[in-house]
Ligand binder design. Structure first.
Ligand SMILES: Nc1ncnc2c1ncn2[C@@H]1O[C@H](COP(=O)(O)OP(=O)(O)OP(=O)(O)O)[C@@H](O)[C@H]1O
Length: 240
């Protein structure tokens, strides 16, 4: 069911950061309520941009604004964001149920309704029956699905994903992609998804943001990508 609420625009206002010798300068807007594919060559700054929006990296100058709310100095845990990152961020000493439950409540004081939500989310990603397993006993794809389950229970208006389907085999990849589209239809969240897969750009996303050399070079709708064929033609964002 499509809800009325929609995820916020994410504005990057002259956001500058230097990591070692690499300089980043991001100016642009991630469109609210859309799935945006974040593409660009290896080392161009895609993960850094996600880290800035999530609050794991702090800009040296500039502002990050969600809708009308500035979040530049907010701690990551106080930003209305769910993450599905490559390192999964699962706690090794906690079982799967608990790891997903942490998405709802950091103190793990879960109500019966919360526990029902965790079980439903695990079933939705195909991990029912694995509640007691520790992360070390899970495959890369299972950990990725656990991260997805945690995002499902959080109900946050912004979802940041760093190659969420890369560790999955083709069948599971299309199941999880369908789940993302379903989730997005239900919540209208603002989704920013790093991908190196042109298929995912065309099938899942409404918009595309192209990053190169630490800058946003282009933000456009997928339907207008035909006018920017140079990006695809030279395969500048494909994994090499
Ligand atoms: N903590 C750091 N210290 C120094 N350099 C860094 C640091 N973090 C990232 N970099 C550099 O910044 C650049 C951008 O890195 P980033 O991980 O954002 O790229 P990316 O576009 O996500 O790449 P990939 O597609 O390979 O994952 C890279 O050259 C990287 O080496």
């Amino acid at each position: 069911m499509q809800q009325d609420k929609q995820g916020p625009d994410i504005h990057l206002r002259d956001v500058r950061l230097r990591l070692g010798e690499t300089r980043f300068h991001f100016v642009g807007t991630v469109q609210g309520g859309c799935i945006t594919a974040l593409i660009g060559p290896s080392g161009s700054g895609k993960s850094t941009l996600l880290n800035l929006i999530a609050g794991f990296d702090a800009p040296q100058s500039g502002k990050i604004v969600f809708g009308t709310e500035e979040v530049t100095k907010k701690h990551p845990s106080h930003r209305p964001v769910s993450l599905i990152f490559q390192d999964h961020n699962l706690f090794g000493h906690l079982d799967l149920f608990t790891n997903v439950g942490l998405g709802i409540h950091p103190s793990l004081k879960l109500s019966a309704e919360d526990r029902r939500q965790v079980s439903t989310a695990l079933a939705r990603v195909g991990l029912a029956g694995m509640e007691q397993r520790k992360p070390a006993t899970l495959s890369g794809g299972e950990k990725q699905r656990a991260a997805f389950a945690r995002a499902l229970v959080r109900h946050k208006p912004v979802l940041l994903m760093d190659e969420p389907f890369a560790a999955l085999d083709p069948g599971l990849r299309s199941d999880m992609a369908a789940l993302l589209v379903e989730l997005h239809r239900e919540t209208g969240s603002t989704v920013l998804m790093v991908t190196h897969d042109p298929d995912e750009v065309e099938r899942l996303s409404q918009r595309v943001m192209f990053v190169e050399g630490g800058r946003i070079m282009l933000e456009t709708s997928v339907s207008d990508l035909g006018e920017h064929r140079e990006i695809f033609a030279v395969g500048r964002f494909l994994r090499t």
